[in-house]
Design a binder for this molecule. Structure first.
Ligand SMILES: NC(=O)C1=CN([C@@H]2O[C@H](COP(=O)(O)OP(=O)(O)OC[C@H]3O[C@@H](n4cnc5c(N)ncnc54)[C@H](OP(=O)(O)O)[C@@H]3O)[C@@H](O)[C@H]2O)C=CC1
Ligand SMILES: CC(C)(CO)C(=O)C(=O)O
Length: 335
């Protein structure tokens, strides 16, 4: 008898969640999606994905729920978290997930989120569960409820256990999830130490996400806006992240890696194909931005380690103010 298909809960059915849902369904998984603002549309008509990689497709999760508590009696192989990362939120992410993880030590938690130090609170709350930390390269945006635009071929999910020295059974889960993403038509790599990949991604996100959110520019347009100052700012932020990674003992976050990343932005500037980062999309949609996961956590580590980070401090203060302006505006509208 063949094994039943993996049973997956998708928590955070937005831009990335919507793309990963497609891949997991293609891989033969059973996927329950927790949908919030897009519940009615997804329940009625499913997701519409317009993409270079997968074409124009419409699909439905196996089941759609409005609230995670509706699944408290279910047992999942994987809980895939694709919400934005807001450390210190109330309720915390572990509290949000508790209904499907309480007394289920075998359910693997997959965190598909930007930022650094996002795993610790989940590991403390669920010490027995395998935890996979995932680093996403997949530029996508939900432009309206259930409608996703995904305009590049790029699709890579780098993943590894948290902590990196987790038992082999946890490591096997990383391979199993990567294989599902690949079977679903994407790219995936299992890393022995995923923190190297997470911090390497931070090079891009710490620079481009707040710059995009504050200036409403793509990376390419920003580079063209004030030569050499725009480049110097983005590069200067990357250098601060490199120094911090060095002080933290994270290997492989080097100027060579940063050069490769900024070269891609330069090429996009030259070809007029600049990329809108997710934080810019958040500003456009009046959503809170991931200031703490991407910048605040880095700054606090910098303070502890005595690393001078003047550019990061400046951009953090500006992005934090941008975030509170968005939140004030949102609460005015909903009052
Ligand atoms: N978009 C991109 O191109 C990329 C994003 N990333 C990272 O991936 C992660 C996910 O980002 P992205 O998909 O863009 O984010 P989105 O904002 O598009 O989607 C997040 C989804 O989570 C839902 N959600 C949030 N809180 C809850 C809750 N309590 N209960 C149920 N649903 C909830 C939101 O619902 P609602 O609509 O109701 O708020 C939304 O549908 C982030 O860490 C981001 O930085 C990384 C690479 C690229
Ligand atoms: C760089 C990118 C687009 C990777 O997919 C990203 O991480 C973001 O927009 O936040």
């Amino acid at each position: 008898m063949s094994a039943p298909p993996p049973n997956i809960l998708l928590y955070g059915a937005g831009s990335i969640g919507g793309v990963y849902l497609y891949q997991l369904l293609q891989a033969g998984c059973t996927v329950t999606a927790v949908c919030r603002s897009n519940y009615e549309v997804v329940k009625t008509s499913g997701f519409k994905l317009s993409s270079v990689r997968f074409g124009d497709v419409t699909y439905r999760p196996t089941a759609v729920v409005k609230d995670i508590s509706e699944c408290s009696g279910d047992s999942f192989d994987f809980v895939l978290v694709c919400t934005k990362s807001f450390p210190g939120s109330n309720p915390s992410l572990p509290e949000q997930l508790r209904p499907v993880l309480e007394n289920r030590p075998h359910t693997t938690i997959v965190l598909a989120q930007n930022g650094i130090m996002i795993e610790e609170e989940v590991a403390v709350a669920f010490p027995q569960n395998p935890i996979l930390s995932g680093v996403i390269y997949c530029p996508a945006v939900q432009t309206g409820p259930g409608t996703i635009e995904y305009a590049e071929m790029l699709n890579l999910f780098e993943l590894g256990t948290y902590p990196s020295n987790a038992p082999d059974v946890h490591k096997n889960e990383a391979r199993r999830f990567a294989d599902l993403m690949i079977k679903g038509g994407g790219g995936a790599e299992v890393h022995d130490d995923i923190q190297i990949a997470r911090w390497s991604k931070l090079l891009m996100n710490a620079a481009w996400n707040p710059i995009g959110a504050l200036t409403m520019n793509t990376d390419g347009d920003f580079l063209l806006s004030s030569d050499p100052y725009a480049y110097d700012l983005a590069w200067g932020i990357m250098l601060e992240v490199i120094e911090l990674a060095k002080q933290m003992g994270i290997p492989g976050v080097t100027t060579e890696v940063a050069e490769q990343k900024i070269a891609l932005s330069k090429r996009r500037a030259e070809t007029g194909t600049g990329r809108e980062m997710s934080m810019l999309q958040d500003v456009r949609q009046g959503r809170s931005i991931e200031v703490e996961a991407i910048l605040g956590n880095a700054l606090r580590l910098g303070k502890q380690k005595g690393v001078s980070m003047p550019r990061l401090e400046t951009i953090y203060a500006l992005a934090k103010a941008r975030c509170s302006a968005i939140e004030k505006e949102r609460s005015k509208k909903s009052a």
